[in-house]
Ligand binder design. Structure first.
Ligand SMILES: Nc1ncnc2c1ncn2[C@@H]1O[C@H](COP(=O)(O)OP(=O)(O)O)[C@@H](O)[C@H]1O
Ligand SMILES: [Mg+2]
Length: 244
């Protein structure tokens, strides 16, 4: 078991954004986390990565160690990385420099500037950004910035990568390209948890799906079983999907 989340609740004032959510992720799996807007998906990521503290009673274990409420840099050091829904590269730095910054964090930070640069160039190449190394982040296109954000997360050499609505804002051709890239990342053995609104994309990529609705887990299982669950269709997929 790579990640174990038990009885995760999170209140914001009077709002219970997560209500006793429990799930587990196996090493090597790709798991899709879906649910309507406001169902608590980003909050799960924020708590797991230490950006928010859960309510008392929650328990989060990563690779056998209790990581509940550890600070973000400590969780990153243990091998969990994430992307953010709003991509914010350092706009005045080049693509290469942005990834080099990422190599200063995480599991096995680069020990020298030269090593960080070599690693960063390899990451840019693997993401199809090899020829953009010297381009300022502010001059990159939307999809190039998304690739850069992925590169920043990969630069921390995570074993578990959490992707939050990574394909939002991309056109269908770009979504296809990004899915291919994620399949390649999955093939390297990195465990993925993917929050995505594009149902087709997430169903194709995921071994397993977890469904949240108003802060509670309402279903969990292989994609084919999930899309057939009446409760999931009612809460999330809508009648269009059932007919399609
Ligand atoms: N930092 C925060 N402060 C107050 N309320 C928040 C905060 N983050 C999320 N929420 C609220 O918690 C609920 C779940 O939000 P979120 O996890 O962002 O949902 P999702 O990612 O599934 O769209 C929403 O009602 C949202 O408004
Ligand atoms: Mg969200």
């Amino acid at each position: 078991m790579m990640l174990k989340v038990e009885k995760l609740s999170k209140s914001f004032g009077g709002l219970l954004a997560l209500n006793q959510v429990s799930f587990q992720i196996e090493a090597g799996e790709t798991v899709g986390l879906i649910g309507p807007n406001g169902s608590g998906k980003s909050t799960v990521f924020n708590v797991v990565t230490g950006f928010l503290k859960p309510n008392p009673g929650a328990f989060i274990e990563f690779e056998g160690a209790n990581i509940t409420a550890l600070p973000p840099h400590e969780i990153s050091r243990r091998g969990i990385a994430r992307t953010f829904q709003l991509v914010k590269p350092f706009l005045h730095l080049t693509a290469l420099q942005n990834i080099m910054v990422g190599r200063a964090y995480g599991c096995h930070p680069a020990k020298t500037i030269a090593a960080a640069e070599a690693d960063a160039r390899a990451i840019l190449t693997s993401l199809g950004l090899g020829d953009k190394a010297g381009v300022l982040a502010r001059d990159l296109t939307v999809i190039e910035r998304k690739r850069l954000e992925l590169g920043r997360a990969l630069a921390a050499k995570p074993r578990l990568l959490l992707l939050d609505e990574f394909m939002a804002g991309l056109n269908p051709v770009e979504v296809q390209a990004m899915m291919k890239l994620l399949a390649e990342i999955k093939a390297t053995g990195i465990t993925l948890v993917v929050v995505e609104h594009i149902v087709k994309a997430i169903m194709g990529l995921s071994d397993r799906i977890i469904v949240l609705s108003v802060g509670q887990k309402i279903a969990e299982g292989p994609p084919a079983a999930i899309v057939a669950e009446p409760e999931v269709i009612a809460a999330y997929l809508g009648s269009d999907y059932a007919q399609g």
